[in-house]
Design a protein around this ligand. Structure first.
Ligand code: SF4
Ligand code: SF4
Length: 134
């Protein structure tokens, strides 16, 4: 079994298609949708998929055939270390403890493996050190 993170980009004509349903039904994948946006120019879906590695590969091929833009992401959110002032504002906001204070340095550390891309630190960070990669 494997787990991967993807950002899917849909053109306007694909937004109403049951593409994610096919990923579940035909490729036996568990889908965890973390973020979804629908705009005039199309839609974007940030999701984690869980299933057999071969099924994930086949599902990605299916998405490409449907003309869905597929980007595999190692992580969704990045921290700009040069901008971060280590103020600690984000630590209490993060629901999954992906941002923690390192002792005894008092430096704020980010663990992308824990991040669920809720975006709350991005909205809260005073100098804009946290941002979506997409
Ligand atoms: S809120 Fe921003 S500046 Fe403050 S510690 Fe977190 S990432 Fe760094
Ligand atoms: S996006 Fe959400 S889960 Fe990820 S580090 Fe920021 S607050 Fe935590």
């Amino acid at each position: 079994m494997a787990k991967k993170k993807f950002m899917l980009g849909f053109s306007p004509e694909l937004v109403n298609e049951a593409i994610v349903y096919r990923l579940v039904k035909d490729y036996d994948l568990k889908i965890n949708i973390l973020r979804a946006e629908v705009k005039e120019l199309g839609g974007r879906l940030l999701m984690e998929v869980d299933g057999k590695a071969s099924n994930i590969k086949d599902a990605a091929k299916y998405l490409n055939e449907c003309k869905v833009d597929v980007q595999e992401l190692a992580n969704y959110v990045e921290k700009n270390e040069e901008r971060c002032t280590h103020c600690g504002v984000c630590i209490s906001i993060c629901p999954v403890e992906a941002l923690t204070m390192e002792r005894p340095t008092w430096m704020v550390r980010y663990d992308p493996e824990k991040c669920i891309a809720c975006g709350m630190c991005i909205d809260a960070c005073p100098p804009g050190a946290m941002k979506f990669r997409i």
